[in-house]
Design a protein around this ligand. Structure first.
Ligand code: FES
Length: 164
């Protein structure tokens, strides 16, 4: 027995479960819901800053007895070198005064900038290169609890040592 084309089209087997119009309507509704949810997530996140500004420029570096005389310790988060000598403690910023690259310290205690080749002596004075001025000496103090504290926003005069 053969079926005619109209019989085939009207049979349940060949009927689509959802019409193209229904499918597009459902897809549009879900797209709208997803867009709304993403927009709401963005709206709730908007008041929160992506970067939290440093609430305090002061950082505890450690107890003074942790650092031996003649030592130099790098603090990457604060971008500074803390040195202890007979004169006391001093901290030198590792931020190059030319364009802000991080300088490297060699075995002699001198600094060089990998970006444009500036050189600085042990005290941070310019010894060569395009840097317009020496490395910044960072203010050091002792907290009431006896911690060494560096204030990265406070510059101190070169040659200022903290005696402990
Ligand atoms: S950033 Fe250091 S020499 Fe240019």
């Amino acid at each position: 027995m053969t079926q005619t084309k109209s019989q085939l089209e009207s049979s349940e087997r060949f009927k689509p479960k959802a019409s193209r119009r229904d499918f597009l309507g459902i897809a549009a509704a879900w797209s709208a819901i997803a867009a709304f949810v993403m927009a709401m997530l963005g709206a709730f996140r908007l008041p929160m800053p992506s970067v939290f500004p440093e609430s305090n420029s002061q950082s505890k570096l450690g107890k003074p007895n942790r650092f031996l005389e003649g030592s130099a310790t790098y603090f990457p988060k604060q971008n500074l070198w803390l040195s202890r000598s007979q004169e006391g403690f001093h901290a030198i910023s590792s931020v190059c005064t030319h364009l802000g690259c991080i300088v490297e310290r060699d075995g002699e205690g001198e600094f060089s900038c990998p970006c444009h080749g500036s050189k600085f002596d042990r005290a941070g004075n310019v010894a060569g290169g395009p840097a317009p001025k020496g490395l910044v000496w960072v203010d050091l103090s002792i907290s009431p609890e006896g911690w060494l504290v560096a204030d990265t926003l406070k510059e101190t005069k070169q040659g200022t040592y903290l005696k402990v």
